[in-house]
Design a protein around this ligand. Structure first.
Ligand code: HAM
Length: 429
């Protein structure tokens, strides 16, 4: 609700809040396409849709890691009217894990989602306070084949929709022993650079890995020479990572191993992956990514459950699609446009028949002139204009005009819906 103080602060309260956007047609047609194709692909891989609440108890999201920006700086949290500490979802994984722990479905639990997320970030192109993610999670499987399947699901989706600028980078965070050894070495390294690190040293002590994804230019050189986790992988962690790479190669998925890849959330263990595109601004060039988080279910009071997942920002995906010439919105919103030259109630009946036959169709309203109706038909981008005209109606016919070339034919009134359905092949969303 708008308050006096909003207005007093000079905020235009009747505009979408900073960092949020409305999506209108025809732009929203692209969203339909993304969601439909992603959902169809995820189901082909054996994943089912999961829908979790937009808000949860704060503690659920706190498990993402107190040292992360997402939790410490960007969370939309508040006390509700019953004094519960509630937070809006900043990402999809924590809620899905909470649902898994609560319902205990039989593993493997393979799910996908399409949902809005909220992070109080400084808005810029590709970074918003509300963003949508398409994502997937698998709980209860340790097999590296699942890591490969996940990466293939997302990479295959990018290929399917025509993104050709994305590249895959992977890394491994190893197992608990790997991370224990690596943390020690890394902390030593940060301590040796504590003067340069300044305030960041506090964060380094809290979680030495967190410093690796710092974007500060003055750290660049130091980060380049930092120890790499891949040198500390235990045999079993190294073996898992090898199998993931072999699996990716076996299905022709190109990737680079980037030993300094860490992700902005604390729950990751083992395999990490990101799809990046040079079409996005540096520093936020990740279209989608994810990894294993084998400890999170336990941290929420559930059984030990190996798990892996990814999230992909829809808004960022569309920026890349624009740069790659993919997912162009279709100018045609309908396939048939009905023009009424007789003022009969049959227009309503004909449109009903067309739509029941699966033809996207529209009309003008309010008794507009024939000329205006044909102009609207042209503007609609429809392939066919269908005119109910007095002379043709007497013989049980209607006029069908191919709006791409102006050719007209007569078709029987009782056959026209089926005829148009056969002659327009619109992909049905
Ligand atoms: P994330 O890297 O924080 O991971 O976000 C996933 C994707 O969401 C990013 O690659 C980006 O495309 C998009 N995204 C994130 N923040 C914003 C923002 N402020 N504005 C626009 N787009 C954004 C996760 O959220 C994990 N839950 C992924 C995951 C699932 N890991 C395991 N399972």
């Amino acid at each position: 609700m708008a308050t006096d103080s909003d207005a007093a602060l000079g905020r235009d309260v009747f505009r979408a809040p900073k960092g949020t956007r409305d999506v209108l047609a025809p732009e929203s047609d692209r969203w339909i396409e993304i969601i439909t194709r992603f959902g169809a692909r995820a189901r082909r891989y054996g994943y089912g849709l999961v829908i979790t609440p937009v808000f949860e108890h704060y503690e659920v999201f706190a498990r993402i890691g107190e040292s992360t920006d997402v939790v410490s700086k960007e969370m939309y949290d508040f006390l509700d009217k019953g004094d519960r500490r509630i937070a809006l979802r900043p990402e999809g994984t924590a809620g899905a894990v909470r649902a898994y722990v609560e319902h205990r479905p039989t593993p493997p639990w393979k799910v996908f989602y399409v949902a809005p997320n909220f992070r109080y970030e400084r808005p810029q192109a590709g970074r918003y306070r509300q963003h949508y993610q398409i994502g997937a999670e698998v709980m209860g499987v340790d097999d590296p084949a699942v890591d490969v399947e996940m990466i293939d699901l997302l990479g295959g989706f990018y290929r399917e929709i025509g993104l050709n600028s994305v590249r895959l980078v992977i890394n491994s965070m190893g197992d608990a022993e790997t991370r224990r050894r690596y943390r020690e070495v890394l902390l030593e390294y940060w301590r040796a650079h504590s003067t340069l690190l300044g305030d960041t040293m506090e964060r380094a002590e809290q979680n030495p890995l967190r410093v690796l994804d710092s974007k500060k230019p003055e750290f660049k050189e130091m980060l380049q020479h930092a120890p790499q986790i891949t040198e500390y992988l235990t045999d079993s962690a190294g073996n898992h990572f090898e199998q993931v790479q072999a699996g990716l190669r076996s299905i022709g998925n190109h990737f680079e191993v980037e030993p300094r890849l860490v992700r902005g959330l604390d729950y990751y263990t083992s395999t990490l992956f990101e799809f990046r595109s040079d079409s996005l601004a540096a520093g936020q060039d990740t279209v989608g990514g994810g990894g294993r988080y084998d400890k999170l279910a336990q941290e929420m009071g559930g059984p030990a459950t190996p798990a892996i997942g990814f999230g992909c920002g829809v808004e960022r995906l569309l920026i890349v699609a624009d740069a790659d010439g993919a997912l162009a919105p279709s100018p045609a919103r309908v396939d048939a446009y009905v023009v009424d030259a007789v003022g009969t109630a049959d227009v309503v009946v004909l449109l009903h028949e067309l739509r029941e036959a699966g033809v996207a169709s529209d009309r003008a309203y309010g008794g507009r002139s024939l000329k205006k109706q044909w102009a609207a038909a042209d503007k609609s981008g429809a392939r066919y204009g269908v005119m109910l005209a007095p002379r043709e109606m007497e013989t049980g016919h209607v006029v069908v005009k191919d709006l791409t070339n102006g050719q007209q034919i007569e078709i029987r009134r009782d056959e026209v819906a089926a005829w148009i359905a056969v002659n327009t092949q619109r992909r049905d969303f």
